[in-house]
Design a protein around this ligand. Structure first.
Ligand SMILES: Cc1cc2nc3c(=O)[nH]c(=O)nc-3n(C[C@H](O)[C@H](O)[C@H](O)COP(=O)(O)OP(=O)(O)OC[C@H]3O[C@@H](n4cnc5c(N)ncnc54)[C@H](O)[C@@H]3O)c2cc1C
Length: 430
């Protein structure tokens, strides 16, 4: 009996793991049964339905960093080359060939695909490997004997391991319901509806790739100034040289670095930085400014939104207030978005494994080679928090092939009959 690995969210990571599991099964290798729970649809976050994009903006990383990249499996003795060869059937290029787009893509100079096209690729791969999908939003994660119990509105899925993916919910807003304050989802909804934004002074809270995509869109609207608010000293450009990229594709030397060295490398390459392409295209525009600080709160007064920012000057805390006509809260991505889903039993289990209170830092520092929280059984895989301990490519699209190796190579125990039951039924459906 194969153990069941449940994945929350049918995005890039789920498709990568499901595809590799399907290939391993084809090769006659024992592998967990992968079941994916999804609230909106496969690759939903790559189109307007997910709230993170309108689908028209372009992927930052190369599409060749696809679900099998870097095609250097180390999972099956003496058959890794065969595994990689089989995985190339689900590569970005195979997708283009299968859909008659390959020659045009090459002739156009291998452009970055739009988010929507990337989502279409992920759906194509998921279809081809017959990814096992359960529709529903996971609302609670509990423990049932020695397994996880994942509750959606209608079903409960029992699993021997769980992998949590995605950046969280795009609906977060510092002033919910106010028409002059938009969440990421509200912003992209307007963009997808081709609604024109007209405002004098606009603030965008957050300095990462999410904010970068929004800036890219905002420049087409009628705005006079755009102030990007982030806690960093300035808006940094991501290092994209061979050496920096290698850290993402190949984490071999990562664990040999000290924690401060790793944090430094991540700050320069990953967190709150704009890609060089964005810096070139957008930051040359003189409408854009940077304001350093953390937004503490927002109030609506005299037709404006006043933001209170905390920062420091010369080591002394400083509080400043700034007024804007429109605020876009781009700080939504939250690596810990899933914590409220844990029931008390699951929290107790995690705290026991962590040997202390449940916190982001404790989880981050506990992630083992298999991208799961060390000392916790059943396994809880948190690739989104694996950057610090295992390599900065695991939270994003930089090494999905390695990610699937690590997760599928983990020991999930003996395995049980997969069980999904409807909440209104006493007996499980097998
Ligand atoms: C605008 C934007 C652009 C980006 N561009 C890049 C890039 O170019 N390169 C790169 O490496 N990274 C990029 N990223 C980072 C990106 O989020 C990750 O690299 C990648 O999407 C992570 O894949 P994933 O499988 O973890 O999550 P996703 O692909 O985001 O999938 C998560 C899925 O989980 C579902 N879901 C959420 N909550 C629940 C729940 N409770 N129950 C069930 N399902 C749920 C969602 O509907 C979604 O389908 C970008 C992020 C954003 C927001």
């Amino acid at each position: 009996m194969s153990p069941t690995l449940a994945v929350i969210g049918a995005g890039a990571k789920a498709v990568a793991v499901a595809a590799k599991a399907a290939v391993l099964r084809e090769m006659g290798v024992d592998t967990p049964e992968v079941v994916v729970l999804e609230r909106a649809g496969v690759a939903a976050n790559w189109d307007s339905v997910g709230g993170w994009t309108d689908g028209q903006h372009r992927l930052g990383t190369n599409p060749e960093k696809d679900i099998g990249f870097p095609y250097r499996s180390a999972l099956v003795r003496r058959r890794n080359a065969e595994l990689d060869e089989r995985m190339t059937r689900y590569s970005w290029q195979s997708y283009l060939i299968a859909t008659g787009q390959f020659a045009e893509w090459v002739d156009r100079g291998r452009p970055a695909p739009t988010h929507r096209r990337w989502g279409q690729y992920l759906r194509w791969a998921a279809d081809r490997v017959s990814m096992n999908l359960v529709a529903g939003e996971v609302q609670r994660i509990a423990v049932d004997d020695d397994r996880w119990a994942l509750h959606t509105h209608e079903t409960v899925l029992a699993a021997d391991g769980v992998m949590i993916t995605g950046p969280g919910q795009a609906e977060r807003s510092i002033l919910p319901g106010h028409p002059r304050v938009l969440s990421i989802a509200q912003f992209w909804h307007r963009a997808a509806e081709h609604e024109r934004i007209a405002a004098e002074r606009v603030a965008v809270i957050g300095g990462g790739e999410t904010a970068a995509s929004m800036l890219n869109e905002l420049f087409r609207h009628r705005v006079s100034t755009i102030t990007v608010i982030s806690p960093t000293v300035t808006l940094f450009t991501r290092g994209e040289s061979f050496f920096e990229n290698t850290l993402f594709s190949d984490p071999t030397g990562w664990t040999g670095l000290t924690l401060p060295e790793r944090r430094d490398a991540m700050a320069r390459t990953d967190r709150g930085v704009f890609s060089a392409r964005v810096q070139d295209a957008l930051l040359a525009d003189d409408r854009i400014r940077h304001l350093r600080g953390r937004v503490a709160h927002a109030v609506a007064r005299d037709g404006r939104i006043r933001l209170t920012l905390n920062s420091d000057r010369g080591g002394e805390p400083l509080e400043t207030v700034h007024g804007f006509d429109l605020v876009i809260d781009g700080s939504g991505a939250d690596a810990l978005w899933f914590l409220p889903l844990f029931g008390q039993d699951a929290r107790d289990l995690l705290e026991l494994g962590l040997g202390g209170p449940l916190s982001g830092q404790a989880l981050e520092e506990s992630i083992g080679y298999d991208l799961a929280v060390s000392g916790v059984a059943p396994k809880l895989f948190l690739p989104g928090l694996s950057g610090l301990n295992q390599g900065p490519g695991f939270p994003n699209l930089s090494c999905l092939g390695l990610l699937s190796d690590r997760v599928l190579g983990a020991d999930l125990g003996a395995g049980h009959q997969p069980v999904t039951r409807r909440k209104d039924e006493r007996q499980p459906i097998r």
